[in-house]
Design a protein around this ligand. Sequence first.
Ligand code: PLP
Length: 484
Amino acid sequence: MEKGFERPLLGDMSPEEFRVAGYSLVDWITRFLSEIGDYPVFPTVKPGEFASRLPAVAPDQGEAMAEILKDIDSLMPFMTHWNHPRFFAYFNSSASGPGILADLLTAALSPNAMLWQSCPAATELELVTLAWLRGLLGLPEDYFGIIHDTASTSTLHAVIAAREAASDLRIRELGMAGRGDLPALRVYCSEQTHSSFDKAVLSAGLGEASIRRVAVDDLFRMRVDAFEEALREDLASGARPLCAVATVGTTSCTAIDPVDEIASICERYKVWLHVDAAHAGPVAMLPEARHLFKGWERADSIVLNPHKWMFVPLDLSVLYTRRREAFLRAFSFVPEYLRTEQQAENLMDYGIPLGRRFRALKLWFVLRYFGADGMAARLREHLALARDFAGWIDAQPDFERMAAVPLSTVCFRAHPTGLDESELDALNERLMHSLNATGRIFLSHTRLNGQYVLRLVVSHLRTRDEDIAEAERLLLEKLKELRR
Ligand SMILES: *Cc1c(COP(=O)(O)O)cnc(C)c1O
């Protein structure tokens, strides 16, 4: 037992014990965040190594809080550090100070935002912060927003709502099984669309056979002519097109689908348009970048993740829609015990989960702390750093750029002379692993046109020009080593 603290037989820790442990944890986090750049960003450990150090069963006797806090350090060698300034992989997410503090407060308050009366502040703050964000993004006022955990969940909701918007199919009432009266159902995406759309379609019971994967052009954008041709073909064969997804900022190389043209076709054929801007969405705050989003204001639904490029800790995804009624048709189901008196928004009506975290709190903290100007300055800095890095790649004789850089993700590979395509693939794969093994930077890869490509993403709150310079230095050093 910790000195000075009687463990109560029942109930929670004492306020005094909480205060001491709380300050000590905040001190740990403060030191961690100020030294994060010195940690290896990527762990060199084997699967199962960490689990094998832990006891196989939970403790019988309670342990002192000081002992538990001491063990935080034992996690560190097994962490991939997402808060690290040289985390350049995937699409990163960075937790800012105000976001971290808000998450602590969310846990302390721990309300359930299912009904207005189950927590008026949580419900109303969600509505207000999403209206603020909508304004910053330049979206029309008829978009209604709701917070989910991830873009995968947001997109699943959009696909189910699109299915229910075709209310004449009576899928809510009758389901889809055993029905000879249902036409074949079709959904449309591009070859570069994120896999969360496929998963949403599978989860919505539409099946893999419903997916039409439309070809892309040389900039990896959905080909509008191919999209319209697929629609025509399906209609001619008696199939029923339900929805299409257009992406602003695809996951491989941040391609920008021609949303405006796709929207026109969707309107003409009465197809639900879902815009996936999970990563890129916040960039719409910049007037000079708004053109990349042209047409998204015509979408039926839009997803973006403040946990990706708005410095909000995981998890917080925003789903906007102008088709509220389709979401209600899809998801509203009110048992007796949840009936309430008030004429108020009950956010459980718009989605699958009943219990809902108070996620709006961290959006509120972050939007207020940085302000629209502070947020824009950081986004601009990321775009500029990525432009510089792309220029550096272009100037290197032994590297080449593999895609355009409309945002801040640079796709490139090493390309020394005298190697064939399969040797280049192997070299670049080894290059990435040897870079990541340094613990100094963390990159991820993709394939474009079948070729193995490295990605460097600049969207991290803590990334500065010296971090890009370090990546450049290591790229040259490791390539030289591998070529020896
Ligand atoms: C990251 C990403 C997703 C998936 O996001 P989650 O929140 O992890 O589910 C979907 N689409 C795009 C374009 C993304 O970049």
